[in-house]
Design a protein around this ligand. Sequence first.
Ligand code: SF4
Length: 198
Amino acid sequence: MITVSDVKQYLYCPKIIYFDHVLHVPKPADEKLKTGKEKHDSITAKEKRRKGALFYDPELDRAEKMFRVFLESSTLGLRGILDYLVRTDNEFIPVDYKFGLSRNGGVHLNHKYQLAAYALLVEESFKTTVKRGYIHYSKDKVNVQVDLNDEIRRRALKMIREIGRIIQEQIEPIGTRNTGRCTDCEYSRYCVAHQSED
Ligand code: SF4
């Protein structure tokens, strides 16, 4: 079973899936995780206190708010913990928190498909159709709406299948062509693709 975070990692660089799930390379301790949890708790506490859901949207005044929702699908072979799920009489709205900046007020591609993967899990768990979701970027305090159309769903499903194939068939994929990403990659010390560029 893969996680929703794997979808984000796959889009950052498919080779990360290989290091993590095929070679099981130990990850270095991540200080950002602790800071991330503190920020996450702080955003959740504020959102719990607010009357309207989704950061004061008056349309969602009577919505039910669910936090850290565990979702799993054996059909998709996917699981994840969604930061925040808003439930109204008519719809379910998944929300994912990010602690960095938005992409000039828009969404980053890997975050969009991570949200789409959560939407697929929400659809299966609650027998519903998710029409939209949000990414909350805490650094510039932007909430970006993502319309979850059939094309995004189709692409997300394709990525989930491809990640599963890398793991099951132990395929070593080609690394990202954006070598700037290697600088921040926790697997760079193990990565021949990265080292050959030095
Ligand atoms: S170092 Fe670069 S190519 Fe290697 S896994 Fe990381 S991002 Fe991918």
